[in-house]
Design a binder for this molecule. Sequence first.
Ligand SMILES: [Fe+2]
Length: 398
Amino acid sequence: MKKKLWFLVGAVAALWSVTPLQAQEKEQLSAKIVVGPYLQAVTEDGFTVVWTTDMDAVAWVEVAPNDNSHFFAEDRPKYYQSEAGKRPIGKLHAVRVEGLEKGTTYRYRVMQQSVISPEGDKRLLFGIPSGNDPFRQKPYTVTTLDRDKESMDFAVINDIHGKDSIFRALMKDVVADKLDMVFFNGDMLSSMDSEEQLYDGYLRSAAELFGAYIPFFNLRGNHESRGLFSYRHLDYFPTTSGETYYLIRQGPAAILMLDCGEDKPDNDISYFGLMLSDSYREKEAEWLKKTVQSEEFQSAPVKIAVLHMPPGPTGWHGIREINRLFVPILNEAGIDLMLSGHIHRYSFSEGADRGCNFPVLTNGASEKHYFHVTREGITGKRIDAAGKVLQEYDFRRK
Ligand SMILES: [Fe+2]
């Protein structure tokens, strides 16, 4: 394939001045988007855009204010995909945009230029730049976070286990519902075996339905630690901390996104000797201790923890470790609500039976929860895949 392209490029270069490129040739020289773009790690001053292309390419993002100016009114700043001072060539693109204003909506477009490297040849040839065209297509938009925002709205789903049709039914209205963000709270796949499985399981749909406009935060469940592709989790779902646990601050809410680790002991035969969940949870607990003391966390009137495996009385090793390492810290941190999954059904506990001094709500495998957070507290709804509201909550302080 590469050789064929090389000959094509050579022929095209030689005839450039006399022969216009035919549509098929243009097609072969231009990288096309396979999945994405989707927003990740949105903060008060920046965001990351992720997408993949069908050919090796270099990539960048162009950003414009969300005003009445045409996207082509002036040269828009370009943010290049960057790794240790170089522009990487590849099919997976993650571009970080920084230096923005908080609580502000921006337009952006993603761009790529194919790179063709003939076998056995050190030369590189660049193909035709391509990307989303803000002339014919409405530009994508992103809104940076803002801790001074009056309220925030989010959805949480979990335990999809690769059932894309359920994912689509639950997530089809995210843009129309004007959510600030969406949380995927673990076990979105049964194991991470390949990029194709990740796309088919839910990620292509997430990007198509809302991911270019509304960020999602994809927290690992115990199943995301399984499979040979699980090593790539942070490549596809980059975080601000560089770890799979982190803090989000939006409006009145501080949200602790916690990685539960695996459910069985690390040396269980099903993990092939590859699991180091115990030491990772220990490290995470150290981070958690410091984070709940931070001004960023403590200044939030409402505090939420998101954790795939709920604390509780079960005898499974992973949950025992969560009880031992995380719960004592969270019990001192003034948590208003914990959101969990894992058990594939709705449950609600005031907390005492789970050893917690905060309520713990688990979302079912084919349902979602919507939450609205103000300074007074949290209200929410439990909704099924048909859109029927099954239950309403009011966790505001009386
Ligand atoms: Fe689980």
